[in-house]
Structures are given as structure tokens and as C-alpha cells.
Design a binder for this molecule. Sequence first.
Ligand code: GLA
Length: 486
Amino acid sequence: MRSLRVTVALTASALLGALLYPVVDTAVARPPDLAVGTQAAAAERAAASEIAVEPGLDWRDTDGNLIEAHGGGLLKQGDTYYWYGEDKAASHNGFAGINVYTSKDLKRWTAKGQALAPQGEGDLGPQNVGERPKVVYNAKTGKYVMWLHIDDRATYLTARVGVAVADSPGGPYTYRGSFRPLERQSRDMTLFQDRDGRAYLVFSSANEAGKPNSRLRIAQLSDDYLSVSGQTHAFPENQYREAPAVAHIGNTYYMLTSFTTGWSPNPVKYATARSLRGPWSEWKSLVDDSEVTYRSQPTAILEVNGSHGTTHMYLGDRWVPSKLNESRYVWLPLQLGGGKARMEWHDRWYLDLARGTWRPETNDTGAVFQAEARTSTVSGAARFQPCGEAQCARGLGNGDSLTMTVRSPQAGRKTLRLYYVNDHTEMRRGHLAANGGEAVVRNFPPTDGRVRWLEVTATLKKGANSLTLGNPSEGAPDLDFVTVQS
Ligand code: GLA
């Protein structure tokens, strides 16, 4: 495990500041409370044209609902981004429609309903899946064309692609039916539109013996993008690559894929080529092989061009197999260039749309106070135990909780950062309350052996405040420490 202590250690001046603030309890004007603060707090810290991206957290649309656009793809038309993806709100995997969201800043997403609606039976019926939708615009026909993986929900043996067409990017899309491209099996797929206007289908296909997913193939689309015109490349057989995503930078194509382990994540690899026809390099590591791509699987690469550069953003899905509606999105900056690709984790990073640049969260955490969980009081079966290099309060939840003191230099709305561990594969819910106020419930994503943080805002008194963390009915996350941010 990386040394978190180094990166989050308080700066000397911040520590001094924290020590100098007199701890005096003062009366509060209204009951202290906690709120979901991540978005607001992040927005405050970001420059005007920057957005703060927080992979794996709850991302909500402008109506406050969780965004349902899994296995998705993004299309930019004018100054608007369209995000198409699978609706998994019902948690089961049956086809429930392809949702579309729009945004001008990649942060505030407005739900525009279903671009492709489910049908009572057939390809788009509940016995099928419709996965990994991708949309391209055909300048010759003036049509928006959506391709998606159509399969039998129980067996995944249909292995076809479906095509739907619309006159405007938001749809509604009219379904035209499904087929096997080049008469071959097609499961995970993506569309890639090259600079010259040619578009391609990249699809997990079979070898001559019909072994599912054995061979990844590339096929060029017909001029109207409604079918394929021929095979561009077939990767060697028995590689079992899926979840493809492509970028073209300078004179090099980069392709990301995962191995085929169903909804479970594995270390994503990349290959490069000077031409889509190949030769393609072997598959190389994008992340440390100890990482399962930060618990995610690729779905697309988004290119953001600005006045000062280009950022390639990895769009991935963090599937939760047992509860697909708990799946979240992992968007991270890719470092692509010179034939090499790399991706690292960031609890939060900033994308500047106008400049086309990105930056990590600064090392100066902005903390003015830090309280270790091990200084707290725990109830019931909760206890203090190592979590990585740290000493966490563990066994919280199921009625047991922690109470700790956090100090604030001023009274008012403050951002608290909770450094926590969740070693499970599903969200853990933490109920948080300040000074005995009403508890708010936050989702704490899995941390994969790391300590990560998320922020909440709270109305604090000047001086000492009591903070409780627990969950009356199920497990809460393990807590390492809490900071009060400046
Ligand atoms: C992989 C694919 C998904 C879906 C699941 C089903 O994760 O990438 O699109 O097909 O398998 O198990």
C-alpha cells in the first residue's frame, strides 16, 4: 500500500493554525447539520472552467437522481455532450432502455429520458440485454447512428449488434434490428470514428471454431454507418479481450481492453498500432497489475481539446454484479503518448475544458484540523485495528458507532474530509451526524486496499464538535481519520 500518511500530512502552517485556534464552544444559530457536500465543496476549489471529477462516488443528474448510463459512450455536438448508457435502475440485467443525458461541462448532467426505449419482446425486450451503446454522427446522411450489443439475457449466446437511427442526437432512436457483423459473433463492442470520417466497429468475437470472445476484431462500417463493409483486423485468437475503447493520437492508435471476467474487474491492457489494420503491439499494462483498474472496466475514451492541450479521459464502469444499480463510474485522466499509456488513481482530479488540461488534487490538502479515529469512543463490537498502515476504527455499523471530537477554527459551514477504508466489493453506507443533529447517509465506495477520502459539509461550532459515524442496520466503512478543511 502507498504511504497515504505522507500525502495527506498536514502542512506545518496548517497544523500551527489548528493549534492556535482557541477551542471555545459558542452558541449556534441553527441546529448543526451535515449535508452531501462533495459537489459543492469541489466546485468551490475548482477554477471557473474546471470541473472536479471524483471517480466512484455517487454522481447525480440535475434533478438529484443517480445517473444511469452504464457501459456508455459520449458524443459531442456543438458545445453539448451527450452521454448514452444502459439504464440499470431496476438492478436486474434485462433491457430497460438506453438513457441519454446532456451537459455543457461534463459535470452537470441533465436527464433527457430514454434515447432508445425497451419493447415488450424481441431484441429490446426484457429477456435480452442491450449493452455498451455508442453513437456516431454520419455527416453524409445527417443521421445519428447508435450501435449496441444485443444478447440473450440468460445465455449471452445470441451475440449480435443492434443498430438504431435518429435525426437528432438526443433521439428518440428508431430501432432497425440486429445482425452478426461479418456473420460473426459480436459481444462487447465499441464504435470508433476516425479523423477521416471512417467509422469502425471493434467487437469481441469468436475464432473459426466459434469460441466466444476468443478473438477481438475490427470491421469498417459502411458509408451510411448502418452495417459493416469488411474486416479491418483480427487480433490473435485465444486472447479473450473485451470492453474495447480506442483513441487516435498523432500517428498512433491506442486501444484499451479488459480480460473477460464478466462483471468482475481485472487489470486493463493496451495495444498500439500505426494503422487500424495493424500490426498491433502485444497487450501491455495500463495500470499496476496488482490493480484491477481501480475496480473498473473501460467503456470509452473521451478526447477533450482546449486552448492549451488535449486530455484523454478514460471512461469506465465500476460494476456491482449483485446490485447492478449500485454500479458507478470511474473517469480518470489517461497519460497517452509516444506509444505508451498509463493511468493512475485520483480520489479527485480537475479537468479544464477550456484549456484541455487536467491536474491532480493538490498535495496541500487544505486541512486545518485532523482527528484520528483511534482517539474516538466506540460502542459495542467496534474496535481499533490496523487498516493498511493506519489504525482504523472498525466494526462500525449494525448499531455500533464511533463518536469523536473535531475542532473547527470558526463557526459555520465547513467541509469535513473522511479518510476511510471499505474492503468490500459493494458500497458501505455511513450515517453521519454532527453535534447530535440529524444523520445523513453517504455511500462509501470500495477502496481496494487504499485509504481514500470523501467530503461532506457540516455546520460546525467554533471549537469542539462531536461527530458520530455508524449505521443502525448494516456495516459502515472503517474510519482512519477526519480533517476539517479550511
Ligand atoms: C462484461 C461486459 C459487460 C457485460 C458483462 C456480463 O463485464 O463488459 O458489458 O456483458 O460482462 O457478464
